[in-house]
Design a protein. Sequence first.
Length: 296
Amino acid sequence: MKEKIKSLVKEKNAIILAHNYQPPEIQDVADLCGDSLELSIKASRTDAEVIVFCGVHFMAETASILSPQKTVLLPRRDAGCLMADMITAESLANKINTLPPMPIVTYVNSTADVKALSTICCTSANVVKVANSLDAEEMLMTPDRNLAMYTAAQTGKKIHAWDGYCPSHERLLPEDVIAAREAHPEAEFIAHPECRPEIHAMADVITSTSGMIRHAQASKAKSFIVGTEVGLIYPLQKANPDKKFFPASKKMLCKNMKKISIEDIVRSLENMEGEVKVPEDIRVPALSAVERMINL
Ligand code: 13P
Ligand code: SF4
């Protein structure tokens, strides 16, 4: 199957991008693995004609927003994001009408039509930089309330938070961290900003998935309690074979991130199946929010 993927990739002039939470066998066949920001940048700069996105729907949409001339394939169309589904363009438009004029900062974990109503996008890797880049002391952040509270704490700005969250990160509770710290007292606790604010307060470091990989490489610590989706343990271990990684909670699993199989990639490439294309009337305003972020 892996040989077949290699020859299909060549034949179709394709590139395979995989998020850091994807299963090991998918990460191993990908041309690039990364966090949402790295994948967005790669999607905007590749020469390939076809992008196979091994992640969830909003990631493939972002690639289509950035590269309308390319074919973007999501090998499983039902790989969605529960947090992205917690806001719609209609509900955002209604909210905007209740607030005085202010910038709308939208996490890339959102649908294209929500991005289209936004001033600028952000990821977990650049959210503080994005908020600080705005000449405003007040803003609305969507859809992740935990990321919004993290940004308010880091920047001192007044942030109106949309009431969305990632169920996989929300499941991590302070008692899980206490138990993990007791079991591994020598380990650093690294957490994702999508975790609850109580968890932020307990963390040694708060950063994106790729930020965690870089931090583990740079840190003197030899072991880490990992407060993000359990799939990150694989790239962490691969990049740091002499260090130890323990999930903060095994409940931190995103089923949508585990849907794509090697067979799905083969079928998708063979039949050019699972294309994600954002219509121009949404793509153009969404592009301005995504590009504003990438150009920072
Ligand atoms: P990052 O890899 O950008 O930190 O994103 C985490 C996530 O939840 C993606 O779905
Ligand atoms: Fe969405 Fe959370 Fe899954 Fe990421 S981990 S795709 S934010 S539900």
